[in-house]
Write a protein that binds this ligand. Structure first.
Ligand code: SF4
Length: 493
């Protein structure tokens, strides 16, 4: 028997270990390597320390500068599960080579082993998320009856794209589960304050009460609250945004899932049970299952499937550096109501749901030509659920179309009209979503046309964007608009 070294995102009971117990490592070099959101570091440390406390004598928690120093201090060989990033996998390989790691086991953190994905992907010309998702549904027996989808359709996306309810500030759903901080959190806060003073770590974003589950018990409570009280309302408005409702009916489970506190298969089955017991409608449950065993796992596998250089792909030659106001989450510098609110959400919570990520932050970055690699780093470090494996496919592929369409068939850019339809931001904004030139022109509307014009040649031949590319020629004020957007520079809108 050999002790198991568990990383800080392998904290649930499905990351098994034997009688020898586990070693957990708090590496200040790893924590200080990047400029992380303060609440992200808090969540990570809180989860790690809570796991160590729960395991008692079965765990050794080592606090060292580097991982290698921790293993030296331990003085034993260890077994590990496949880590979740290439840098960590390289480190494990080096430790394997010099004998400090005895074996690497397949990770139980995802439902499909990497070898099985390779088999599924082999020979396919396109790795479509929809095909992968159906494969997963059938394989895991989720909302499937005799090989066919329950309800006669694999996707209820069409039912799940409603705008926010008119005249309401918030969705009519109970609040999400909120953990209660304890002495471990207080100690984490003290340590982070001290490390910031000493320059051990440099953080961004505001500190605040911990909002996300950091223990198995909390994660299960968050799952139950979501499934029993919020899941019914999740589907219809999952793509909508309300200024006064940051959580809407989203599960907030990505953070505990990415810490390894929940098994994605148990999460998906729990949601399906709610449907089977008549507690949640099919469209909501399907939309959620799609996120958990479809999209999330698809992204995990693509991270490994694509080459390590994928992250640096830049098919649209976007080379603008992130401006300081964006990089520093300085929401107060921004007048545009949508971008202001979303950036403030990242600053204050380290989390906004997938539509503000894609259609406000990602859309803005694409329109302004921010460097996709820098942007990936930004998403990875500013979000509590951002990890090395999560962001490259999501940002480089899905959001920025920087992989030339390897992942998504069209760029996710839109003007103010889309944001106006799907949110309540525009009514309270100093800009007008219908205007593309002039003082009150919406920077998203103008930015959309400027984006199309700048990338016209590179996007030519893509049938999904052919129409708007043509339509731009009909704009009488295109030259004026382009000059206006050039003069905006990197100023906050
Ligand atoms: Fe955002 Fe434009 Fe709407 Fe203002 S008008 S909230 S900038 S989309």
């Amino acid at each position: 028997m050999t002790r198991r070294w568990l990383f800080a995102d392998q904290l649930g009971p499905h990351f098994r270990f034997g009688r020898e117990g586990v070693v957990l490592v708090e590496s200040t070099a790893a924590l200080g390597r990047r400029r992380y959101h303060r609440q992200k570091l808090h969540l990570l440390l809180s989860a790690l320390r809570h796991r160590a406390a729960e395991l008692g004598d079965s765990a050794v928690l080592l606090r060292t500068r580097t991982y290698a120093e921790a293993l030296d201090e331990l003085g034993e060989t260890v077994r590990v599960y496949e880590p979740t990033s290439r840098p960590a996998a390289d480190l494990v390989q080096r430790l394997l080579d010099d004998g400090r790691v005895e074996a690497v086991d397949p990770t139980p953190g995802y439902s499909l082993p990497r070898g099985d994905f390779a088999q599924w992907a082999g020979g396919r010309r396109r790795l479509r998320m929809e095909d992968f998702y159906r494969f997963q549904r059938q394989r895991l027996d989720l909302l499937v009856d005799d090989g066919r989808p329950v309800g006669g359709r694999w996707s209820f996306d069409e039912d799940n794209r409603e705008p926010p309810p008119k005249g309401r500030d918030r969705l009519d759903v109970p609040a999400p589960y909120r953990p209660r901080e304890d002495d471990i959190d207080a100690q984490v806060r003290d340590d982070l304050d001290r490390w910031e003073r000493e320059g051990v770590v440099t953080t961004v974003g505001r500190d605040g009460p911990r909002l996300f589950a950091a223990t198995r018990r909390e994660a299960l409570a968050a799952l139950e609250r979501f499934v029993t009280e919020r899941l019914p309302a999740f589907g219809p408005h999952e793509d909508a945004m309300l200024r006064g409702d940051w959580a809407m009916a989203h599960s907030l489970l990505s953070a505990p899932m990415n810490l390894g506190l929940l098994d994605p298969v148990e999460v998906a089955h729990r949601a399906v049970r709610a449907y089977e017991e008549g507690e949640a409608p099919l469209a909501s449950v399907e939309g959620f299952v799609r996120q958990v065993v479809g999209w999330r796992e698809y992204v995990w596998h693509l991270y490994w499937h694509f080459r390590p250089t994928y992250r640096r792909r830049n098919a649209l030659a976007a080379h603008e550096p992130l401006p300081p106001w964006f990089d520093d989450l300085d929401a107060d510098a921004v007048d545009a109501a949508c971008l202001h609110d979303v950036l403030a959400g990242v600053r204050d919570r380290g989390w906004v749901h997938h539509i503000p990520r894609l259609m406000v932050l990602g859309n803005w970055a694409a329109q302004r030509g921010y460097d996709p690699d820098e942007l990936t780093e930004w998403f990875q470090t500013r979000f509590v659920d951002g990890y090395d494996w999560v962001m490259p496919p999501n940002v480089v592929g899905m959001s920025q179309h920087a992989d030339g369409g390897a992942m998504a068939t069209k760029p996710y850019v839109s003007g103010g009209a889309y944001l106006d339809r799907m949110s309540d931001y525009c009514g309270g904004c100093r800009y007008d979503p219908k205007l593309r030139v002039g003082e009150d022109a919406c920077p998203f509307t103008a930015g959309y046309w400027a984006y199309l014009d700048r990338n016209a040649e590179r996007l030519q031949g893509n049938p999904r964007i052919a129409r708007p590319l043509q339509q731009r020629h009909r704009l009488k004020d295109l030259e004026e608009l382009l000059a206006q957007e050039r003069s905006r520079g990197d100023a906050a809108p």
